[in-house]
Structure formats: structure tokens, C-alpha cells
Design a protein. Structure first.
Length: 328
């Protein structure tokens, strides 16, 4: 009889290990308090993020995790891995699991509206971070004005072209992400600004799909198809890293100047080498931290501004040293 009990317990233990091994590794639950993270009375804050490949999003998650630990709340993050359907379903899961607040970094802001409304109707606080969900269900919007920030970079570009090229015509290509509403807004803001000059010709836009490997292939196609390109604009980190790699592989450092969004180690190296001219740098760590802080305040019944703006910086060779430590 004792032997049978021992065997049964062993089988149960093996089954438990198998179930753990088959779990979803992209759904990471973080115990942000010292003890008792599963206590019924503990505040539960959940976050769904576009991906955790780009440094931008990993920094955002790090900021949220650090704030959650500081505030002693339970924090869970879902990596949507660029899948809008999966992200939608993650919010459904957060509702079912009893989250007190959900932070949404939306791939498809419009497409997330129904599930965000469902969460709001369930009494859950909603914080939209980076991407803009234009819906009354959202309690707080955190981020930057992507269109207007690109306008600022476009104005910098126009001044640069006027100083360096005068009345000479220049050709500009773009590496975008047509699956990202945020990056479409960035592209529109930059293009609307630079095309005010008759000397600027938009040659082509390629879709990097917000994935580094695809952005590399798209960048190489852009350079190959437009060998006389003067400038390229990238709408996000994967696109920018892809273009930097393409410029190096095609030895186009002396031919082209790059503008765009989001620093990385590779982009900083491009600034040092001289072919990356200007980069819009956000502060995603602050996005994540402010998101958790706002959620906690809302749950506690405190007032929070509906719009929290985190400033951007235009990074050039003159001020890049201020940002090097981020990539060491």
C-alpha cells in the first residue's frame, strides 16, 4: 500500500512538471511585492505590450516592473509578439482573471476598442500607453504625439537640406510598418512636413512590418531599387536597425543620411560614423513607470490627468553622449 502511494505521488509530480513546461513563455507574471502576491486583497495590474524584441518595448516593461515593485502591486505582462488578435485575447484573459487595471500598448488601437470597453464595463481601469486609443473607456493616455513629433523632425530635416543642398533636388525613401498605427502616424507627420519643399521627392516606402529581419530585407530592397537615394526615414527601432545594417552591407555610408525614430546601439554607431543624422528618442522606461503609477492612483480613487505626455529628444552627434549609457 505504501509503495502505491509513493508511485501515485511521483506520477502527480511528473504531470505537474509537464504542465509547467507546456506553459506560454510570453505571458510573464511578476511578483512585485515582498510576499503574498496571490492574496485576494492585492492590487493586480496587467499589461499587454506590442512585442519584447525591440529595446523600446523591453524598456517600457522594465519601467512598469520597477514601478510595480516599488508600489507593492502584482504585475503581469503579455507579449503580443506583433499579433493583434493575440493581444485582443490577452485583454479578455485579464478581464477573466480579475485584473484591477490594464495597461494597453496597442498594435491596432481601433481594433482594441471593443475589448477595452468590455474591460471598462467590468470596472477595470484602462491606461493606453504609447499608441492612442480614442475611446471614452480609456482613463489615461500616456505617450507622445507621434504625428507632431515627426513634424518636428521634418522641420529639422528641411533646415538640414536647405543648409547642405540649397535648391538641389533630393530623394527620400521610407522604411515603415504598415501594421502599426503609431508608425503610420509618424510616417505621415514626417512626409507631410518635408513635402512642403518642391526640392524633395518621395521615392518609395517599404514595409518592415515592425520586425527587424523583415525591415533589413525591405531596407536592402529600398537601397537596391533606388541607388541615387539621398535620405531615408525610419518609423521605429526595427526599421532603423535594419536600415543601418543595409547601409553597411551595401557600403552606402558616404551616399545616404538617415533620420528616424528610436535609438539603439546600432543607430548610435551610425551617428558616430556620420551617416545617421538625427533620431527622435522617446523615453519608454518612463512610459511604463507612469502607466503603473497612474493605474495605482486610479484604483486608490485618486485623480489622474487624462493625458500624460512624456517629452521626446532629437538626438544628433552634438548630444548623443547623453544617451550612450542606455546601450552599454
Amino acid at each position: 500500500m505504501k509503495r502505491r502511494k509513493w508511485v501515485s505521488r511521483a506520477v502527480i509530480g511528473i504531470m505537474a512538471l509537464v504542465l509547467v513546461a507546456c506553459g506560454q513563455v510570453d505571458d510573464v507574471a511578476v511578483d512585485s511585492g515582498s510576499e503574498g502576491s496571490n492574496d485576494e486583497g492585492k492590487i493586480k495590474i496587467a499589461m499587454t505590450v506590442i512585442n519584447q524584441e525591440a529595446l523600446f518595448f523591453t524598456d517600457m516593461v522594465k519601467g512598469a516592473e520597477d514601478a510595480a515593485k516599488e508600489l507593492g502591486v502584482e504585475f503581469t505582462v503579455f507579449n503580443a509578439n506583433n499579433d493583434s488578435v493575440g493581444q485582443y485575447n490577452s485583454v479578455e484573459d485579464f478581464i477573466s482573471s480579475g485584473a484591477d487595471a490594464i495597461i494597453v500598448n496597442a498594435i491596432d488601437a481601433k481594433g482594441m476598442e471593443p475589448v477595452v470597453e468590455k474591460a471598462k464595463n467590468a470596472g477595470i481601469k484602462i491606461i493606453s500607453i504609447d499608441s492612442v486609443i480614442e475611446n471614452d473607456a480609456v482613463d489615461v493616455q500616456i505617450g507622445v504625439d507621434n504625428y507632431q513629433s515627426s513634424v518636428q523632425l521634418g522641420e529639422y530635416f528641411n533646415q538640414y537640406v536647405e543648409e547642405k543642398y540649397g535648391d538641389q533636388p533630393v530623394k527620400v525613401g521610407t522604411v515603415g510598418a504598415l501594421n502599426s498605427e503609431i508608425q503610420i502616424n509618424r510616417e505621415d507627420g514626417f512626409k507631410d512636413t518635408i513635402t512642403q519643399s518642391e526640392e524633395v521627392e518621395l521615392v518609395n516606402t517599404v514595409d518592415g512590418e515592425n520586425v527587424q529581419e523583415r525591415a533589413l530585407a525591405a531596407s536592402e530592397n529600398l537601397l537596391t531599387g533606388s541607388p541615387d537615394l539621398h535620405f531615408a526615414f525610419m518609423t521605429g527601432e526595427p526599421a532603423f536597425i535594419g536600415m543601418v545594417s543595409a547601409v553597411r552591407s551595401q557600403k552606402a555610408e558616404e551616399q545616404i543620411k538617415l533620420f528616424g525614430w528610436d535609438l539603439s546601439k546600432q543607430v548610435v554607431e551610425g551617428i558616430d560614423a556620420g551617416y545617421v543624422e538625427a533620431v527622435l528618442q522617446q523615453h519608454p522606461y518612463e512610459f511604463g513607470a507612469e502607466g503603473v503609477k497612474a493605474a495605482k492612483k486610479l484604483i486608490d480613487g485618486e485623480e489622474v490627468d487624462r493625458q500624460i505626455n512624456v517629452p521626446v529628444s532629437i538626438v544628433t552627434k552634438e548630444n548623443v553622449d547623453e544617451f550612450r549609457s542606455l546601450f552599454e
